[in-house]
Every structure is written in C-alpha cells, then in structure tokens.
Design a protein around this ligand. Structure first.
Ligand SMILES: Nc1ncnc2c1ncn2[C@@H]1O[C@H](COP(=O)(O)OP(=O)(O)OP(=O)(O)O)[C@@H](O)[C@H]1O
Ligand SMILES: Nc1ncnc2c1ncn2[C@@H]1O[C@H](COP(=O)(O)OP(=O)(O)OP(=O)(O)O)[C@@H](O)[C@H]1O
Ligand SMILES: [Mg+2]
Ligand SMILES: [Mg+2]
Lengths: 146, 158, 146, 158
C-alpha cells in the first residue's frame, strides 16, 4: 500500500507543479508530506513573489491553487465527470481563460459541467443549458443563444 | 463511465419532469440567481446516495421534495434518475423519496439497497466522495482542507 | 435606551423591506426580534416562492439578503464611506444592475469604494483605479480606460 | 466625515509610496488576481487601529511590512496615512509599524495613543467596527451572523 501511495503522490505532485506553472504563468508549486507522513502540505510561489504562508495569497490566487490540486487529481486518475459550481467567480479574465484552456484539454477524458454567470465560460462550452423560473418557484430548462 | 442523462421531478424547485442529456466536452448551466442551477448538483449527488443534510442545504431528508410555491401545491415524492454508460452498457440509477421519509433506490429498474449502488461505483471515481464535484462557494476547498484529508484524497486516487 | 433601539429597529426594518422589494423585484422581507428580545432574525420570501428557512436560498439570493441589510444600515445611519470587496461576485447581471442603481443613490451621502472584476460595476463608477504589478510582487497604480 | 486621501508605503505589496485621492460618488478598484486590491482595504482598516490578525490575513503584526520579492529586499517600516474632512477641517490619521513590532499613531502630525484615534471616531460610523466595510468573501456576513450580533449592529447605529 505504501508503494502505491508514494507512486501516486509523485504523479499528483508532478501534475500539480505543471498546472501551477500554467495557471500562474510561471512561479512554482509543490506538494510535500508532513513530518510524520500523515498528511500532505502544499506550497505555491507566484512568479516573483515571496510567499511565506498560503494565507497571504489573494482570494483569486487561493482559488487557483485549489483548482490546480483538483486538476492534478483529475489528470492522475480521471473521474468520469466533474461538476463545478461557480468556481470562476473569484478569477480575473486572464486567469479564467488559462483555466478554460486546460479544461478543454481535460474534457477529452472527463465530462465537465460548469455552473456559471461568466460569459467567457459560456463561450468556451460545447453545450449550454439555460434554467429559468417562468412560473415563480418552478425551475425549467430554456434554450440559450449567446 | 460516462454521464448520459439526468431526469428529475419533485426534487427541490424541479416540480415538473425535466430531462438533461449530457454530451462529451464542456457543458455550462446558466440562469438568474435562484433559478435552480445548484439544485441540479444537489440532485446528482443525492441520487448517488448522499445522506448528509449540510451539503444538500436541507434540514431533514424530506426537504428535497418540492414544498410548493405561490402557484403550486407541494408534492409527496421526489425522484432523480441518472443514466451512465460503463463502457459496455447503460446503467440507470434512480432514487426516490416519499413524504414519510422512506427512500427507494433502483438500479436498471430493480429495487436495490444503497449499498448495492455504492458497491457498483466503487473504484470508478463516481459516487459520494467524488473529489470532482465542487459545490458553490467551495472553490478554496482543497487549499483549506487539513493535510491529512489531502493525503486521503491522494490515497483514494491510487 | 430601549426606546431609541426600538425606534431605530423600526426604521432599519422599514428600509430593509424596501431594499428587499427592489433587489428581488417583489417578494417581501422583514426583521423581527427573537422571543427573548436579545437578537434580530431576518426573513425573506422571494416573489412567488415559499421559503421555510433562509438556508434554502441560493448563493446569489443569500448575498442579496445580506446586502439589503447592509443597505438598510447605511440608509438609516449613513457611514462616511463604504469599502465593498467583490460583493458582486455571486450576482447575475440583472441583480447587479439593480444593486448598482441603489448604490448610485446612496453614493450621494456615502463614498462607495468597490473592488471588482465585473465590467458592469466598473462602467457605473465615477472613478476607476487600476492596480498592477509591473515589477513582480510590487503593487502600483495604473490608469484604466474602459 | 469624508474620505479624502490614502497614502501608503512599505505596507504589504505597496513597497513604494502610493497615493489615492478619493472623490464623491462611486470608485472602483480593479486589477488582476494578486495585484494588491484587497491590501488597500487592509491598509485602511489597519490605519484605523485594527489589531486582529485574522481579518488582516496575517499571523503577526509585523507581517504587514513589505517582506521582499524576487527583485526587492524587505523593508523595516510600513506606514499608512488616511486623511478625512470632518465637515470643517482636514484630519490626518497615520499609523506606522517597525520591524521590532512598535506601533506609532499620529493625528495631524502629533504622536497620539490608539485610544485618542478611537475616541475621535466615536459616533462617526468610521473606525473599527464599521459595518460598512465588507471584506472579500464575506458578502453573506449579515445573513450568517447570529441574531444577537445583528441586534448589536442596530444598537450601534441608534
Ligand atoms: N424543496 C424545495 N421546494 C421548492 N423550492 C425549493 C426547495 N428547496 C429549495 N428550493 C428553492 O430553490 C432555490 C435555489 O435554487 P438554487 O440554489 O439551485 O439557485 P441557483 O440557480 O444556484 O442560484 P445562484 O445563481 O444564486 O447560485 C431557492 O430559491 C429555494 O427556495
Ligand atoms: N507583507 C507583504 N509583503 C509583500 N507582499 C505581500 C505582503 N503581504 C501580502 N503580500 C502579497 O499581496 C498579494 C495579495 O494581494 P491582494 O490580496 O490585495 O490581491 P487582490 O488584488 O485582492 O487579488 P484578488 O483579485 O485575487 O482578490 C499576495 O500575492 C501576497 O503575496
Ligand atoms: Mg447556485
Ligand atoms: Mg482581493
């Protein structure tokens, strides 16, 4: 069991580093086992910055680090589908576009379902479902034209 | 394992029978605040066997049943069906709940126990603790979780 | 002290009801004292919906209720300025436009400072400050043209 | 009481002296993720006397001092000055912190205690517990707070 974990850990760590580099357009990130080996810590240094603790990162930066870890799991062991409810809310346009580019690649293996209010996310989707409440309190599907 | 279809009625704000067909690639679900988008995520997670009330934003399990609106009376049953393609054939999972709180789980039309559904999904990445479902407001989930929880996630994907 | 509180409570409650009606384009909302009088509860029914508990509301609806309470305080006893860091993130365009309309009125009495990634909020501002890190890790002001 | 000017240097990512002039109406602060927007809110709240580390996203009070970047060395002092117009005259509040942790508060150029600043703002709606400052990610703050806390807020605006 130990070997399988460390093998997976290495792969997730490598992918995490790759996605951090892409999402932050440089910089570095890595995972490391805690001293007693019971847990996994994460470290990210956005390009040119000196970050002592992850709490110092901005709201958008924290979201990107969290997403990089999710992507690393999805890449190492693809899940059949992924439901992502407004993960784009804290991101600026440029970071969102990098994320959407990665999602396009991943969507070859995994069905991605976004819930979003952001036009950029809508525009890079293959299918769009609109939901409305024509009758107050009752949800129904409606077709959407961008 | 591919997600093919979602069909629901009586579940939260989805009073009437509503069907979603999922295709390859990226799908976006859009609409005004409060129209029922996150309820769709709740429906899928619930059909896969979720019994925690907090992540479903409810107090009792019966709260998932359409509780009425100004124009419509409450109903007494909620049902969500999710169809997958497991590489060879279609598999249909269905969950139903009645006002008195009784739950029914179906696999390909046959009444089964929750455990049978959980066993079916074991090892496929689908199912309750699927890391790939991020609820609204939880995008920072993976950076905020304890190191031990992160290790468990990596172990589960081994 | 009791009289002053109940007088203020009445005014905040009236204003809360008014802002809920505007933000939700109908429906009703009100504040009420808890049984022992030690606290204040809030109730909102979006138009046509039957809401038993506030936890059932959607992410955007909860944000709007919270904002309606903030606006009620700001209207009852204007604060000199208000700093609002990405409060528009969970809102759809139509709800954001209603909020911005209210903010325009309130900004006659109170200086409003938004931090935002949303174009609609930028377009309804009187002044825009851009922040950038030309040198990595070092913030500076930059002029913004919409 | 009008907010006129903010001037800061050595505070978090604002290494160099930076001046903001605030005018009437609505001001928007925009920029990419991580560029320093929320640090501006932290600067104003800190200058008004905030000593809680959680809301400033720091561990020790010295963490507000610019700690260096790839191209720049750390500095040893952070200073934030906020100028107000109180209806009759300008009032300048300034806070400075040194690496050794000592704080200095100034009002119109004169060294004062924090208590003097707090007394000055008493009853104006400005100052630490100002309800009108909503930090990032806290838009649901007023719906999530306990009923007792909501009552205190209404009492304070009486
Ligand atoms: N059992 C139920 N019966 C009827 N309506 C319900 C039930 N449970 C929840 N709702 C309604 O569903 C609505 C919330 O839907 P949901 O959270 O899916 O919105 P959303 O589209 O995600 O909105 P947002 O963009 O603000 O996140 C609420 O207004 C709530 O009243
Ligand atoms: N003492 C310090 N010295 C130097 N840089 C610091 C210091 N404290 C915080 N920072 C940096 O400030 C940045 C965060 O800035 P801030 O939170 O203001 O970003 P933001 O513009 O609000 O971004 P977002 O749009 O993602 O919310 C972090 O990258 C962090 O490394
Ligand atoms: Mg939602
Ligand atoms: Mg920020």
């Amino acid at each position: 069991a130990k070997d399988i974990f460390s093998e997976t850990f290495v792969r997730v760590n490598e992918t995490f580093q790759r996605f951090v580099k892409t999402l932050f357009k440089g910089g570095k990130g890595y995972l490391s086992l805690t001293q007693d080996g019971s847990g996994v810590d994460m470290y990210v240094q956005p390009p040119g910055k000196k970050v002592n603790r992850m709490e110092q990162l901005s709201g958008g930066e924290k979201a990107l680090v969290s997403i990089a870890f999710l992507l690393a799991l999805m890449d190492t062991r693809p899940s059949p589908f992924s439901l992502l409810d407004e993960i784009d809310a804290p991101l600026d346009d440029s970071n969102l576009l990098s994320l959407l580019q990665i999602m396009k690649d991943i969507s070859a293996k995994t069905q991605i379902v976004f819930i979003t209010h952001n036009r950029l996310t809508m525009e890079s989707s293959d299918t769009i479902y609109g939901i409305t409440m024509e009758e107050e309190g009752v949800s129904k599907i409606v077709s959407v034209r961008l | 394992m591919k997600l093919l279809r979602l069909e629901l009625f009586g579940f939260k704000s989805f009073l009437n029978r509503t069907v979603f067909h999922f295709s390859e690639g990226i799908t976006s679900i859009v609409g005004p605040n409060g129209c029922g988008k996150s309820n769709i995520v709740d429906a899928i997670v619930w059909a896969l066997g979720e019994r925690g009330t907090k992540s479903l934003r409810i107090k009792d399990m019966g709260d998932v049943i359409f509780h009425g609106s100004n124009g419509k009376r409450p109903v007494n049953v909620a049902e969500v069906a999710v169809d997958f393609f497991d590489g060879q054939k279609e598999v249909a999972i269905k969950r139903r709940i009645y006002r008195d709180g009784t739950n029914e789980y179906y696999m390909n039309g046959t009444l089964v126990r929750l455990k049978d559904i959980q066993d079916f999904f074991l090892g496929t990445g689908v199912g309750l603790n699927a890391y790939a479902i991020v609820e609204q407001g939880r995008v920072e989930y993976f950076i905020q979780m304890k190191p031990q929880e992160r290790r468990v996630l990596i172990e589960e994907t081994s």
